[in-house]
Design a protein around this ligand. Structure first.
Ligand code: HEC
Ligand code: HEC
Length: 232
């Protein structure tokens, strides 16, 4: 029985793609997403993702987002955006510039496969975040100003929808608010049809903070939510 289990494990190990780290003597560590996360790859030690994004890809509960469970296509596109000027964070720009296409794919796949860590308690939602008006805005939008419901694209539980609409649940509230403000003032752009630029500019300052707090504590953090038709 033991022999059979070992043989099965071996067969599984052989079938696994190179990006999955296996305890091998001579595996080319530079070619794994995990090594890039730990070492920074060609960006060097100061680009090691774990320094800022945490060992489990959980983020820092403030301005550094979680990477664990993010769709790899979404993450790779964000790295392209940092390189291409559609996102401006100086350190992420510097790091993304030093990662090859191949390295971006690998590190993104590595994080996509990590389980979503439990919600960071650093940001208990405040009164405005929990107000019924905030929930209404998130789930229903506001027709009077042409504001689509966040839930249409980010999911009823903030789990994200399909591959292009990222999760908001379990992302730090401060990070989410910062991104909404970046779209409002033109520092982040490049998403399809400028949806987030449009949406963010329909919100007041207070609504940005409240919606960031509300969506951060939604319960839907998971890697690959099923896409409702409305967002495809
Ligand atoms: C010095 C700290 C730091 C390091 C090191 C770092 N990051 Fe980041 N990362 C950030 C911050 C801060 C943001 C948010 C940037 C912004 O406000 O737009 C971010 C954002 C991101 C995003 C966008 C996530 C989203 O939800 O849109 C991705 C993807 C990402 N980082 C990947 C990586 C990878 C891969 C590495 C390692 C190769 C890495 N980061 C290393 C600080 C860091
Ligand atoms: C029509 C679809 C759509 C609607 C409606 C929408 N979003 Fe988005 N949102 C997106 C897409 C697509 C992205 C990713 C953009 C990119 O690739 O850069 C995004 C990204 C975000 C992000 C950044 C996440 C990250 O990890 O960096 C935040 C915050 C956000 N949306 C908040 C909201 C809020 C709050 C609402 C409602 C007021 C809303 N969105 C409504 C499609 C939508």
């Amino acid at each position: 029985m033991k022999g059979a289990a070992a043989a099965a494990a071996l067969a599984l190990a052989i079938a696994l793609p190179a990006a999955c780290t296996l305890p091998q003597e001579e595996s080319a560590f530079e070619q794994t997403g995990e090594l890039i996360a730990l070492s920074g790859g060609d960006a060097g030690a100061q680009g090691a993702c774990v320094i800022c994004h945490g060992l489990a890809g959980e983020g820092d509960g403030e301005l550094v987002p979680r990477l664990a469970g993010l769709d790899p296509g979404y993450a790779v596109r964000q790295l392209e955006f940092f390189s291409g000027g559609q996102r401006r964070h100086p350190q992420m720009v510097w790091i993304a510039d030093r990662l090859s296409w191949d390295a971006r794919q690998k590190v993104a796949s590595y994080y996509a496969a990590l389980p979503v860590p439990a919600l960071q308690p650093a940001w208990p939602p405040d009164e405005a975040a929990c107000a019924p008006a905030t929930a209404r805005l998130y789930h229903l939008g506001d027709r009077s100003r042409g504001l689509a419901a966040c839930a249409t694209c980010h999911g009823l539980q903030g789990e994200g929808v399909g591959r292009g609409n990222p999760p908001l649940a379990d992302q730090p509230a401060a990070y989410l608010a910062q991104q909404l403000n970046a779209w409002r003032n033109g520092q982040r752009y490049g998403d399809a049809r400028g949806v987030m630029t449009h949406v963010s500019r329909l919100l007041s300052d207070a609504e940005v903070t409240a919606l960031a707090g509300y969506s951060s504590v939604l319960r839907g953090a998971s890697a690959y939510p099923a896409p409702p038709a409305a967002c495809l």
